[in-house]
Structures are given as C-alpha cells and as structure tokens.
Write a protein that binds this ligand. Structure first.
Ligand SMILES: *[C@@H]1O[C@H](CO)[C@@H](O)[C@H](O)[C@H]1NC(C)=O
Ligand SMILES: *[C@@H]1O[C@H](CO)[C@@H](O)[C@H](O)[C@H]1NC(C)=O
Ligand SMILES: *[C@@H]1O[C@H](CO)[C@@H](O)[C@H](O)[C@H]1NC(C)=O
Ligand SMILES: *[C@@H]1O[C@H](CO)[C@@H](O)[C@H](O)[C@H]1NC(C)=O
Length: 407
C-alpha cells in the first residue's frame, strides 16, 4: 500500500515452481517473487488482452552463494508490515534438496529494486519506455514494444538476495514447516522481532532476531504425540499463538515468564523480550540472594572400585558446563539434558568436593556440588536430599556399564 502514490500500489506473490532447468544437478524446485500493478487491467486487443501487462518475476535466493548451496523450496512466508512499505520485511522459510531448512529475511525496498533496475533474462536490446512492469493508469494503452518483453521475458536477470547476503539468518537440519514473526517491545522500550517456527513434529521454536544472529529462546511441545502443524495464527496484542494440528488447536502463551522465575540472572539470560524482572512488584519478584544460596550440595558415599558418574542438569543450551575438583577443571560429557562426569572407579584418592558450574556470557553459577565419601550413602542435611541421592545412585549404577561402553 502507498497512500501517497495509489497508482504505484502493487501485489507481490511469493511462490515456488518447477525449475525450467531440468539438468540432473539442478534442484527440481525454484522459489520466486512475482509483482503486478494493482491498476493493471490487461493489454490491448493485439497483445495480452485480459492478461497482466505488468507481471514480472524474479528468483528469491536463500543460501550460501560462496558454496553454491541453495535452499530452493519455499515453505511459508510471514510479512512484517511497516508504515512505510519500503521498511516492510519478508520472513521466508525454505527447505532444501538435502532436507535442511533455512529462514531468510528480505527488505521490500531491496526486493522492489530488482524489479525496477535489473535487465530482463534473455533480452539484451535497449529497454523501451515505459519500462516493462511500470504501473500505467490505462494498461491497454501500453506500447507493444513494452508488452512484448512482458510476454517473452518476464524473468528478471538479477536475483533477490536476503538482507544478510552471504548466509541465511537461521539454518537447521530439522523439518520446520511454518513461520510467524512477532514484534515485541521490551521493558527498556526497544523493539525486538521474535520468530516462531513450527516443526513437523509439533514443536514450536521461539527465536530472538539479535541483529544478524538467531538466538534460540525456547522450544515448546504443544501437542502430545507428534503431529505436524497445519497452520499458525499470531495474535500479537494478546501475545498468543494459535496452532492448528490435525484434529486439535493449541494456544501458546508467548509470555511465559514463569519459565525463568528462579532468579534475576536466569530471567535476563533467557533474553526473552516478553519478560522482565522487577524486584518490588509482580509475581516474579524473588529475593535474588535467597535463590543463589539455595542448597546445592549432595553428600555421597560410594564403595571403592565402583564405576559411576556425577550428573549436573543442563538448564540452558546456551551455557557451557564444567566440572571442578580440587580447583582443577575436569572435562564432562554434555548431553541434551545433563553434563556427566564419569568416574571409572571410586578410589581413596578421589574423594572430596566436586562442583558443576554453568557459564553464560559473564555470568557463572554453581549448579551442583557433591561431596564424595567412601562407604555408605548418607545425607548431609535433610531427608529429601538423602532420597534423591539414593535414587540417583541406583540409576547411576544401573546405567554406568552401558555408559562406559558407549564412551
Ligand atoms: C529427504 O526426505 C525425504 C522424505 O522424508 C526422503 O525420501 C529423502 O531420502 C530425504 N533426502 C535426504 C538427502 O536425506
Ligand atoms: C516435513 O514435514 C512436512 C509436513 O509434515 C512433510 O510433508 C515432509 O515430508 C517433511 N519432510 C521431511 C524431509 O521429512
Ligand atoms: C492428548 O492428551 C489428551 C489428554 O491427556 C488426550 O485426550 C488426547 O487424545 C491426546 N491427543 C493426542 C493427539 O495424543
Ligand atoms: C515459578 O513458576 C513455577 C511454575 O509456574 C511455580 O510453580 C513456582 O512457584 C514459581 N516460583 C516463584 C518463585 O515464583
């Protein structure tokens, strides 16, 4: 839309089509943007009568050009409208012939630039006036020389590249199928874009657009079982995402601050613009000191000669986890949910304090602390810990043989 220049209002169509290049190394699909003027009423009797006289199309590129890797299969788009159409952005989700997916972001101004300035594919002579694709009030008065190019060479020679030219904004080997993008005003009044991507198994990924970098805030499983997402509708005002699955609709609350309510640090590190921490007000207020001094230590007695591991929960995929014993750092094995410290056999010289710390940006916190003793399982301070320590130890004994093998 352009209030100041209604003659130039246009319709853009984003789509994928069969590639006309059918050579074996070419991707069978190709993605494009087409553009047509709203005032277009078709051509004169001789040419393009009842057919668009302003229809042009251009290739929409998303990939890593220096490696000739392209995501050619457009899956879904979300348009982030701005007051000035030039500032509007297109968020496009693609998949590739090798089953990876990518998100590329385009500016409407740059997209339009290609239509306004590129030469026409397969046409090398002088470009007539009016330029093919220009919006003209009476489209049946457009000269034949202009219409002939629209008919024979509607494809632009230049490609449409994303804002970040050399690489997609986000890539994944997961099968994402839908995209929505919310604009969120954070507590410091800055505006952030948050991408919501749906995976074919029903998982919704929340991603912060941090400049040119993607920061994964959270992953939410809405549908029990694993059903593909059929549709997604964003209600930005209510901060809700409506997700359609086969036979079921789920609502995702985009503002889920209770997920980060343990401490101010955790809330800040989540980098979720829907949430903020206040000391005085709101139900997420909590004494930070209290959170940090909550008991973490577990006293454990392990019989000598027994292989086992110490486990430390991984709360943030953005943090790195380290084990420490006697002021020395020991490498752990980090899995999706825990950071494990393998001890091949309990001996008399390895008892004492073991500490697991998480490190994220410049924030470090102790996640777990164990005091290893030789002998019986005993608890340090309370029965809850005793029980947990015993449960844990049983599990550790049961799985350590398997774990040793898999290492
Ligand atoms: C991509 O996925 C399709 C359908 O699941 C499968 O048939 C094909 O083998 C996969 N291709 C690659 C390269 O993994
Ligand atoms: C990705 O998900 C879509 C929708 O469920 C499905 O049609 C497609 O085959 C999936 N692709 C792969 C590679 O699994
Ligand atoms: C999800 O769980 C509810 C109740 O827990 C059940 O009634 C429903 O059938 C489940 N849906 C799917 C798709 O498994
Ligand atoms: C944090 O949120 C969880 C889940 O809603 C709740 O059970 C817990 O009481 C909350 N903790 C605080 C300190 O508000």
């Amino acid at each position: 839309k352009d209030k100041n220049d209604p003659l130039n209002e246009k319709i853009y169509v984003l789509f994928r089509e069969k590639n006309s290049d059918t050579s074996p190394e070419a991707d069978p699909w190709i993605s494009r943007v087409a553009r047509v003027c709203k005032v277009d009423e078709g051509g004169p009797k001789q040419l393009l009568q009842n057919i668009w006289t302003s229809f042009l199309k251009a290739r929409l590129v998303c990939g890593i050009p220096r490696e000739s890797l392209y995501f050619n299969r457009l899956q879904d788009v979300f348009i982030q409208h701005a007051d000035d159409w030039r500032d509007s952005q297109v968020y496009a989700l693609f998949s590739s012939s090798w089953n990876s997916t990518a998100v590329c972001i385009y500016s409407l101004a740059e997209l339009d630039f290609v239509f306004e300035h590129s030469t026409f594919k397969g046409y090398s002579e002088a470009i007539p006036t009016p330029r093919p694709g220009m919006c003209v009030k009476q489209s049946n008065s457009i000269p034949i020389s202009t219409l002939q190019i629209i008919k024979d060479h509607p494809d632009m020679k230049d490609w449409i590249h994303p804002i970040q030219k050399d690489t997609p904004f986000f890539t994944s080997n997961k099968n994402f199928t839908k995209i929505a993008v919310d604009r969120v005003q954070a507590s410091d009044e800055s505006i952030h874009s948050v991408l919501l991507l749906a995976k074919d198994n029903g998982v919704i990924l929340k991603i912060l657009e941090d400049g040119s970098k993607a920061f994964i805030i959270s992953e939410t499983h809405l549908c029990n079982g694993s059903a593909p997402v059929h549709s997604m509708k964003l209600d930005s005002e209510k901060r809700k995402l409506f997700v359609g699955y086969p036979g079921q609709i789920s609502v995702l609350d985009l503002q889920r601050c209770q997920d980060y309510n343990a401490s101010c640090e955790e809330c800040v590190l989540s980098r979720d613009p829907y949430c903020a921490w206040t000391e005085q007000e709101g139900r997420f207020t909590r004494d930070v000191q209290q959170a940090l001094t909550a008991p973490l230590g577990i006293e454990l007695s392990v019989p000598t000669g027994v292989p086992f591991y110490l486990s430390c929960p991984v709360d943030s995929n953005h943090a790195t986890y380290k084990w420490e014993h006697d002021q020395k750092s020991i490498p752990g094995q980090q899995t999706q949910s825990e950071c494990l410290l393998l001890i091949p056999a309990m001996t008399t010289d390895i008892h004492g304090n073991y500490k697991c710390t998480s490190h994220e940006l410049d924030y470090t916190k102790t996640v777990r602390e164990y005091n290893l003793l030789i002998g019986q399982v005993r608890s340090a301070s309370n029965d809850a810990f005793k029980l947990r320590a015993q449960d844990w130890l049983m599990a550790a004994f049961a799985t350590s043989a398997f774990y040793l093998r898999s290492l």
